[in-house]
Design a binder for this molecule. Structure first.
Ligand code: SF4
Length: 302
């Protein structure tokens, strides 16, 4: 071992957790309120339409408390149906009500704002572009509500990447006014890329930056921590849009691994042992209990 190598090996390893890792306020409110509803109504059937959050541990915990996760609506409703933080379209609200459910709406207020902005834009004659993940429930509801308010269903479009917009360039050029909203968990980098492209094509471009404050803070902190770390560990479901974005952002800054569960760390033991400064962050739907187990495991590997 050279002198330089031995000096590096005496530097203390650090494992640092980002300040805003784990549940955001919208998810915390949804989880806490759902448990409270069951506690206050032990004899009522309590259901959530879709997974309350993208985390199987939380879904299992809720099921153990007697809270059902519905993948589709039954013919006839019974008890309370909870709307998760991603929100639903007005059509779905009407359908749930017509089945006979009592609705408790836990849509995050930041998601409601995006729905409203998209509707406002379409009602004011804009061709509306929603920047977000195809088939994500939040995006589907924003799209459906805006489309239902438009005279022309072709006036609302979802783009997951720049290529999708390039594919409709003639439509964009033809539109008198173009408006943008974003899924709340998108990245600022994607917005900038799209605005740079659209500003060359559109006569009037209105940008509603609807990335939620919690996402912005989480991403900015993760970038800062990424710059100080030679390995970043992102904890959270691969189905979670905001967790996947965190991993993508960090991959461009430093060596990054994205795991759902502490047991997956064994696949990266070499990297973890070599890393001097390890940063940890987690998506908005990752419970503290999982983050703590990941940190314990990282400490043990080191
Ligand atoms: S990520 Fe933002 S918009 Fe989504 S639930 Fe959390 S706070 Fe609300």
């Amino acid at each position: 071992m050279t002198l330089k190598e031995s000096w590096f090996n005496t530097i203390k390893k650090t494992i640092k957790l980002a300040k805003n890792a784990g549940f955001c306020y919208g998810v915390k409110r949804a989880v806490d309120t759902t448990k409270k509803i069951k506690q206050d109504n032990p004899l009522k059937t309590i259901s959530v339409l879709g997974e309350l959050i993208h985390n199987s541990h939380v879904t299992n915990e809720l099921e153990n408390l007697g809270i059902n996760t519905l993948s589709t609506l039954p013919e006839k409703g019974n008890g309370i149906c909870i709307i998760r933080s991603h929100g639903e379209s007005d059509d779905t609200f009407n359908e749930i009500q017509s089945k006979g459910f009592e609705i408790v709406d836990l849509t995050c207020l930041d998601v409601k704002k995006v729905q409203q902005k998209a509707v406002e834009l379409v009602c004011n004659g804009y061709f509306v572009i929603i920047l977000g993940k195809y088939d994500h429930p939040e995006v589907s509801a924003i799209y459906t509500n805006a489309k239902n308010q438009s005279n022309d269903a072709n006036n609302v479009f979802v783009a997951q990447n720049l290529e999708a917009l390039k594919g409709i360039e003639p439509r964009i050029k033809k539109a008198a006014k173009v408006g943008i909203v974003l899924q709340t968990t998108q990245t600022k980098e994607f917005l900038i890329e799209v605005v740079n492209y659209l500003s060359q094509l559109c006569k009037i471009l209105k940008v509603q930056n609807t990335i939620c404050p919690s996402t912005t803070l989480r991403q900015e902190e993760a970038k800062k921590l990424g710059k100080e770390s030679d390995l970043m560990v992102v904890v959270g479901s691969k189905k979670s849009a905001n967790t996947t974005h965190l991993a993508q952002i960090l991959e461009s800054i430093t060596d990054t691994i994205h795991i759902e569960h502490q047991d997956e760390l064994k696949n990266f033991e070499d990297k973890i042992k070599k890393a001097q400064h390890i940063g940890v962050t987690a998506g908005a739907s990752t419970p503290d209990s999982i983050i703590n187990k990941v940190i314990n495991k990282l400490e043990n590997i080191n």
